[in-house]
Structures are given as structure tokens and as C-alpha cells.
Write a protein that binds this ligand. Structure first.
Ligand SMILES: [Cu+2]
Length: 344
């Protein structure tokens, strides 16, 4: 239960069925909370499959996450749309930075900094050539910005024009190039402003749309719940094991398109491994031709790619970080492939 210095390690906590520790007292409290949430019908120490979702390191459900991980998968914010006389589409988005405590695992609360109260921030979506206008208001207690990846003027880059609490800024640029981008705060210390939750996905669709598919956004993130400069929790879309406890329903024969963004702080690399199928990789989403066909992909910080795959078999298939430690601390999910009418 302790390391050579007598401290509880995150791995030990994991084995005991809890994560998130701010000192031993808090850890003990967390363990008690977790024990209360254990399934009473399970015999103590009974041998269960290591992959049984009930063996996940968290038990029970979060009740106050900033997002519903299942709804978030398919939530796209296209903004308020108007058209200029020359036909240009204008998309207006409103984003407010808000300090908010969120429940990142059952009983584990994290004092996040958020865009619009949620982590990740809303998934913004435009089409190549649109005029994007983002009305940013800083309702938080620290200075923030929004730095968009993509092509735009220096003043719109969200680095040097820092927005103080109570102030606003209008970001305006043409959406280009098409691809899978992201946005995040660029105030310093950068590591802190990102790790606290100020990030989101920014999709620019090509003028000629991609083929029909079931589309999902997966933001790979984590939380340093004891502020020691490393993550105690790893997740897809904030809530660890959300898609293990409740698998994502997928139709056999239907094309799946994942917008995969790695915004994990503290760990230099992250990865995704898919079971039972192989995926095409469109690196940074900036090509309509795939670059690679694989079942395992590594992503550095800020790297993001579009993945496409179609299941040929029904059944439950895991997807997870291939760093086993990340998987066991929350970055793990299940796709439940069923027969049905594919849409593509
Ligand atoms: Cu910030």
C-alpha cells in the first residue's frame, strides 16, 4: 500500500478500487467512499475477468461531471449562422471561461477552469472558407485566452492578447485549412491552464463533405487531482471508464469516424489501440486520403487525427491506451457492435 517512503502510490489506490488522492487522509476518505460503492453481491477477492467492467478502478457513477460523456461524443456546435451578401457563411460562437469544480470520478472533485462550464469545451465546427467569429468573455479568476490551431492573423492567435478577468475579446478568422484542430488557453503557465481544463475540439470540414459516417469526438485527457505534476486519472472525454461502464453502441458494417484529440498534460505521449478491427488514419484530418491503416496509434501532446473503421463482426470490443497504466487508470472503453441497419 505504500512506497519506500511510506506514501500511498496511485497504483496501490487503483488496486484498492479508488483513484484521486490529496494526501493520505483524503486517500483514506476516498477509499471508504469507494468501498461503499462496491457491488455488495460480489464475493470478496472472487476471481473475475480482469476485463470485467465491474473491475474498473472506479465504482459507481459520477453525478456532477461537467459533461455527459455519451452525449458529448456526438455534440457539435455549428454556431449561429448568417450569410454575407457575397455568400460567405458567418458562424458566431460564444465562449465564456468559468471556474468550476467538477466531479471527475465518483467522489473525486477537481477545481477546473472551463470553457462554458464544461471540460472539454464545446466541439466547434465550421466548413472551410467560413468566417468564424468567437466572442470570448473571461468570467474566470485568472487571465485566459483562446488559442486556435489553424491559419489566421497574429492578433487572432490567442497568445499575446491576454484577456483579464471580466474582459472580452473577439476572435475572427477564416476557417482554414480543413482538418481536425483544437483550441486551448495559451496564458502562462501554459501547462497549468491546459491541465485545468481549458481546451476543446475545432473541426473544419472540407467543402466537399467526407463520406457519411457515424461521427464521434474523443478528447484524450487526464487530471492531476493531487497537484503533484502527474495525472491520477486518465480518460476519454473527462470521465474515466465512462465507456466501459456503459459501452458505446455501434452497428456492424457502419463506417465509424472518430475525431481523436490528445490534450493530455504531464505525459509526453498517449495512444489508442482498437480491438477487433483496423482503422484508417487521416493525420490532423488535413487530407481526404488516409495515411495509414493500423490498430495502434501514438499521439504527442496536441496531436490529433481522424480515424475511420468499420466492424465486420458483432460483439464487445475494447479500445484503450496501449500504455497499460493509462488504461488501468481510466483510459479504456468498450464498443458494443450489434447487427442493424448501417447508415454508411
Ligand atoms: Cu488560461
Amino acid at each position: 500500500m505504500t512506497d519506500s517512503e511510506g506514501n500511498i502510490t496511485r497504483r496501490d489506490l487503483l488496486r484498492r478500487g479508488a483513484i484521486g488522492v490529496a494526501g493520505i487522509a483524503a486517500a483514506t476518505q476516498t477509499l471508504r467512499a469507494a468501498e461503499h460503492k462496491l457491488d455488495p453481491g460480489l464475493p470478496t477477492g472472487a476471481a473475475r475477468s480482469a476485463h470485467d467492467p465491474r473491475n474498473a478502478a472506479t465504482q459507481g457513477q459520477v453525478s456532477d461531471a461537467s459533461i455527459d460523456p455519451h452525449a458529448f461524443l456526438e455534440q457539435f456546435d455549428y454556431g449561429e449562422v448568417t450569410r454575407r451578401p457575397d455568400g460567405t457563411v458567418v458562424r458566431e460562437f460564444h465562449i465564456t471561461a468559468v471556474d468550476r469544480e467538477i466531479e471527475v470520478a465518483p467522489g473525486v472533485y477537481y477545481p477546473a477552469w472551463t470553457y462554458n462550464g464544461q471540460v472539454p469545451g464545446p466541439t466547434l465546427r465550421a466548413t472551410e472558407g467560413d468566417l468564424v467569429r468567437v466572442h470570448f468573455r473571461n468570467g474566470g479568476s485568472h487571465a485566459h485566452t483562446i488559442h486556435f490551431h489553424g491559419i489566421h492573423a497574429g492578433r487572432m492567435d490567442g497568445v499575446f492578447e491576454v484577456v483579464s478577468p471580466g474582459e472580452s475579446f473577439l476572435y475572427e478568422f477564416e476557417a482554414q485549412p480543413f482538418g481536425l484542430h483544437l483550441y486551448h488557453c495559451h496564458a502562462i503557465p501554459l501547462k497549468k491552464h491546459i491541465a485545468k481544463g481549458l481546451y476543446g475540439t475545432f473541426i473544419i470540414d472540407p467543402r466537399t463533405p467526407r463520406p457519411p459516417a457515424r461521427e464521434m469526438v474523443m478528447v484524450l485527457n487526464g487530471f492531476d487531482t493531487n497537484f503533484d505534476g502527474s495525472n491520477e486519472i486518465y480518460a476519454v472525454n473527462t470521465v474515466p471508464f465512462a465507456y466501459t461502464q456503459r459501452p458505446i453502441q455501434v452497428r456492424k458494417g457502419e463506417r465509424q469516424r472518430i475525431y481523436l484529440v490528445n490534450i493530455l498534460e504531464f505525459d509526453l505521449i498517449n495512444s489508442i489501440h482498437l480491438h477487433g478491427g483496423m482503422f484508417h488514419v487521416y493525420r490532423t484530418g488535413t487530407s481526404i486520403e488516409p495515411h495509414e491503416f493500423t490498430d495502434n496509434l501514438m499521439l504527442c501532446q496536441g496531436e490529433r487525427h481522424i480515424l475511420e473503421f468499420t466492424f465486420e463482426h458483432t460483439g464487445r470490443f475494447m479500445f484503450h491506451a496501449h500504455q497499460s497504466e493509462f488504461a488501468e487508470l481510466g483510459w479504456m472503453g468498450v464498443l458494443n457492435v450489434v447487427d442493424g441497419s448501417p447508415i454508411a
